[in-house]
Write a protein that binds this ligand. Structure first.
Ligand SMILES: [Zn+2]
Length: 234
C-alpha cells in the first residue's frame, strides 16, 4: 500500500474517533435537560400534594379569626344584657347571642372537618416527599455521572488531537488537504474499502479498470462516483 495512504488511514481512524466523541458531547445537553425536567416534575408533584394542605391552613386561620370576633361579640352582648333594664332589649340581646353561638359552633365544626382532611393528606404528602427526595438523589447522581463522562470524553479528545498533530506532521500537505476536504464533505469517511469492485462508501460498482488501479497503484485512486479515496482489498 502507498505509505501516504497508510498514514491517512490511521489519521482517519483517529478523526473518526474524535468525531464520534464530539457527537457524544453534543448529546449531553439534552441528556441533562431530560434529568432537569424529571426533577421539575417531582417538584410539581410535591407542590400539588402540599397545596391543598396550605389551603386548609389558610382557611383554618380565617375561621379562627371569625370565631374569635364572634366570641367577643357574645361577651359584649352579655355585658350589655347586664347593663340593661329593658326586657325587650334583654330578649333581643339573647337572640343575638344565640345567633352568634350557632355561628361559632358551625365555624368550629368546619375547623374540625378541615383538621381531619389535613390529617388524611399527611401520608400523601410524605409519600410525595419521599419520591421527591429519592428522585432528587438519583438525578443528582446521574447529573454528576454526566459531568464526569463529559470530562472523560474531553480528555480522550485532547489525547487524540495531540496524537493527530504528530500524524499530520508526517503527511504531505496536498494529501492532507485532499483527505480533510473529503472527510468533511462525506461526513467522516474519506477513505473507504473496495469490496468486489464495489465502493463501500457509496455502494456503487466501479469499472474493472478503476478496481485494477486501486489494487496495483502507488498513488491515490478516487471512486468515480462519490470521489472518496479507495483502499485496496487485503
Ligand atoms: Zn464511492
Amino acid at each position: 500500500m502507498d505509505p501516504a495512504l497508510e498514514k491517512l488511514v490511521i489519521l482517519q481512524d483517529r478523526d473518526a474517533c474524535i468525531l464520534s466523541l464530539k457527537k457524544e458531547i453534543d448529546r449531553l445537553p439534552s441528556e441533562r435537560k431530560l434529568r432537569e425536567s424529571k426533577f421539575q416534575k417531582l417538584e410539581a408533584d410535591l407542590q400539588v400534594a402540599r397545596s391543598r394542605s396550605k389551603e386548609i391552613e389558610v382557611e383554618k386561620k380565617t375561621l379562627q379569626v371569625e370565631a374569635e370576633s364572634r366570641r367577643s361579640q357574645v361577651l359584649r352582648y352579655r355585658t350589655q344584657q347586664m347593663q340593661t333594664r329593658k326586657n325587650e332589649e334583654y330578649a333581643a340581646l339573647s337572640h343575638e347571642i344565640s345567633v352568634a353561638e350557632k355561628a361559632i359552633a358551625s365555624l368550629e365544626d368546619r375547623e374540625i372537618a378541615l383538621m381531619e382532611e389535613a390529617e388524611a393528606l399527611e401520608p400523601k404528602i410524605s409519600a410525595a416527599m419521599g419520591a421527591y427526595q429519592a428522585g432528587k438523589r438519583q438525578i443528582e447522581g446521574e447529573l454528576q455521572a454526566l459531568d464526569s463522562r463529559e470530562q472523560n470524553i474531553r480528555d480522550q479528545i485532547a489525547g487524540l488531537e495531540k496524537e493527530r498533530e504528530g500524524l499530520v506532521a508526517g503527511i504531505e500537505k496536498n494529501y492532507l488537504a485532499l483527505y480533510e476536504r473529503i472527510f468533511r464533505s462525506k461526513g467522516g469517511s474519506a477513505i473507504v474499502a473496495v469490496q468486489g469492485n464495489i465502493c463501500s462508501g457509496c455502494n456503487m460498482k466501479m469499472p474493472d479498470q478503476t478496481a485494477a488501479k486501486v489494487a496495483g497503484s502507488a498513488y491515490l485512486v478516487h471512486c468515480p462516483n462519490c470521489g472518496r479515496i479507495l483502499l485496496p482489498q487485503d
